[in-house]
Design a protein around this ligand. Structure first.
Ligand code: ZN
Length: 180
């Protein structure tokens, strides 16, 4: 808390520099895999949200549209990051105990000491090379619970995209946090 107070001017400046909020609403765009997808309400249909011809179509009552887009992206993130983590872990002779997604604001992923991998669902909006790197990073933590040389060697073995992905997250990451 003292640190925050001491740096109040800096914090205010950083917050002001954050991108505008980008709510999930009909007519707006949502980024999926780094590609902008328009959001469209599909009246008279049932079944949550889905992608059709590059458009995120959302069924049901329009007042639940944002929630349905959110649930759809979160489910996609869980399904895909779960599958990708299993494939990468297998390549390294490892196995996560479980893969979860959460709404985190300070980290894109984590690995618990008992082997549970967590990813921020918002990474589903990032380009595939970014997702690939973050998954590789957390899978590598299943073997190395540190950021030592052996850890980075395994991370780079599991994904060739580290430099590019770190740069992308630094530049564009804040936008992912403001979406929805
Ligand atoms: Zn790490």
């Amino acid at each position: 808390m003292a640190l925050l107070t001491d740096n109040a001017a800096w914090v205010t400046e950083r917050l002001a520099a954050l991108p505008e909020k980008a709510p999930f609403e009909a007519g707006a765009n949502v980024m999926i895999d780094g590609v902008l997808h328009p959001i469209a309400h599909a009246p008279g249909t049932r079944g949550g949200a889905w992608i059709e011809d590059g458009v995120v179509r959302v069924a049901g009552d329009p007042s639940f549209l944002a929630r349905r887009v959110h649930d759809f992206l979160r489910a996609e993130a869980k399904r895909r990051f779960g599958a990708q983590a299993l494939v990468k872990a297998q390549r390294a002779g490892l196995a996560p105990r479980r893969v979860t997604v959460k709404n985190t604001h300070t980290r894109w992923g984590s690995c618990s000491p008992d082997g549970v991998l967590m990813f921020c669902w918002r990474l589903i909006m990032a380009p595939p090379f970014v997702q690939d790197y973050v998954v590789a990073h957390e899978v590598a933590h299943l073997r190395h619970m540190n950021h030592g040389a052996a850890f980075w060697a395994l991370t780079d073995e599991l994904s060739p995209h580290r430099t590019q992905a770190v740069a992308w997250l630094h530049e564009e990451g804040p936008r992912l946090l403001r979406a929805g």
